[in-house]
Each structure stands twice: as structure tokens, then as C-alpha cells.
Design a protein around this ligand. Structure first.
Ligand SMILES: N[C@@H](CCC(=O)N[C@@H](CS)C(=O)NCC(=O)O)C(=O)O
Length: 203
């Protein structure tokens, strides 16, 4: 496969999903261009963005004339298409665990931690509006499950040496730190789980 074709990533630098792809590209030492896309533009989703991603999300990815969206698919493509160390484990059980972590982040943690807690606790204050307590209360039980599950899965010693888990950890930590920061600044979060208490002390 030709790896000298142009690689372009469309998305916002602040996006956690865009950051996942950037981390994978950095691990593989692939040069790429980042085209900033304003995903929350007042004028709505630009038509051009919908042609790249019919669901109107970021990131989208191009390698030559190959186009793909959905972060998991993009990252696995990067892993398979570019040389250097493999980011995913080859052992089926370890690979399943990595995929489980990724799915937890996408299906449960993103919505709960970012939109349910972070946006309400941190972004609301920045924007000068009151936090929506009901939204936070509704998100909190699931947030605790997300964090303790991520802590449990990442703590597994045999996975720590794995390069892909390194990428995942680098990606998980911002979630965890954002969450703990938002809780700590509001005096809300009292970690009962030992592993979460360690994160809280480190935050
Ligand atoms: N499942 C998608 C999720 C991507 C996603 O939700 N990205 C956010 C930005 S971090 C987005 O595009 N939000 C725009 C919106 O919700 O309209 C993926 O894995 O790429």
C-alpha cells in the first residue's frame, strides 16, 4: 500500500475524537494536514461536511482518494496501513479488551462525562450560565460506572506494556482529569474506589 499519499484529517483540534486520530498518527509518525471544521457553527452543519460525514460529526479522514469516518475505523486503518509498531495487540483476548475500552469511551463515557458533567460544570461557568443540576444528577451514576470500569480495565498489568493501550491511556486520562477537575472544583466528587482516589490525588 502506498503510504506517501497525502493524509488529511478534518475536525476541530479541541475534539477528543480528533485527538484520538492525531495520537495514532503521531505514534506512527505519519505527516498529515488538519483542516479545522467548526462542528457547532451558528449557520448549521456545512453541506460540504455532510458529504464527508452524513451524520455531521468529526473527525473525517482522507488518505489519497480513500475516505473514512468513525474514529475506531480510522484508527484501525492507520494501524494497518502505516508501518512502525503495531498499535493493537495481536493476542485475541488483549485485543478484545482494547476494543472494549474504546467502545466504553464512545458509547458511554463521552456523552456522560463530557456532555453530562463537564459541559454543565465547567463550560457553563465559562459561558456565564447556571449549571443544569438535573442533568448532572442524571449523569453521575453512569459517570461513576464509566470511571471505575475504565480504571479496572486499564489497571490490568499485562496490557500496560501494549502500545495501543498507551494511546488509549493518553486518551482516557483527559476524560478522567476533566471529570475529576470539574468535580473537585465544585466539591462534589468523593471517590470511594481506591483507584479513583489515586486519580483524584493526581489531578
Ligand atoms: N462515533 C463518532 C463520534 C464523533 C463525535 O461525536 N464527535 C463530536 C466532536 S468531539 C461531534 O462531531 N459532535 C458534533 C455534534 O454532536 O453535532 C466517532 O467515533 O467518530
Amino acid at each position: 500500500m502506498a503510504t506517501d499519499e497525502a493524509v488529511t484529517l478534518y475536525g476541530a483540534a479541541w475534539s477528543v475524537y480528533v485527538r484520538i486520530v492525531r495520537l495514532a498518527l503521531a505514534e506512527k509518525q505519519v505527516k498529515y494536514g488538519l483542516v479545522e471544521v467548526d462542528v457547532f457553527a451558528d449557520t448549521g452543519v456545512p453541506h460540504e461536511r455532510l458529504t464527508r460525514h452524513p451524520f455531521g460529526r468529526i473527525p473525517t479522514f482522507e488518505h489519497g482518494d480513500f475516505h473514512r469516518y468513525e474514529t475506531g475505523a480510522i484508527v484501525r486503518y492507520i494501524d494497518d496501513a502505516f508501518p512502525r509498531c503495531m498499535l493493537q495487540p495481536t493476542d485475541p483476548k488483549a485485543r478484545a479488551k482494547v476494543n472494549q475500552i474504546i467502545r466504553i469511551l464512545d458509547a458511554y463515557a463521552y456523552q456522560t462525562l463530557v456532555w453530562g458533567i463537564y459541559v454543565e460544570r465547567v463550560v457553563s461557568a465559562r459561558e456565564g450560565r447556571l449549571a443544569n443540576g438535573q442533568k448532572i444528577a442524571a449523569a453521575s451514576p453512569r459517570a461513576a460506572v464509566c470511571l471505575s470500569e475504565l480504571a479496572r480495565l486499564i489497571a490490568h498489568p499485562s496490557l500496560i506494556i501494549d502500545a495501543f493501550v498507551f494511546v488509549v491511556i493518553k486518551d482516557v486520562l483527559p476524560f478522567v482529569l476533566i471529570y475529576l477537575f470539574s468535580q473537585k472544583t465544585n466539591g462534589w466528587f468523593t471517590p470511594t474506589d481506591e483507584r479513583l482516589a489515586d486519580y483524584a490525588n493526581a489531578a
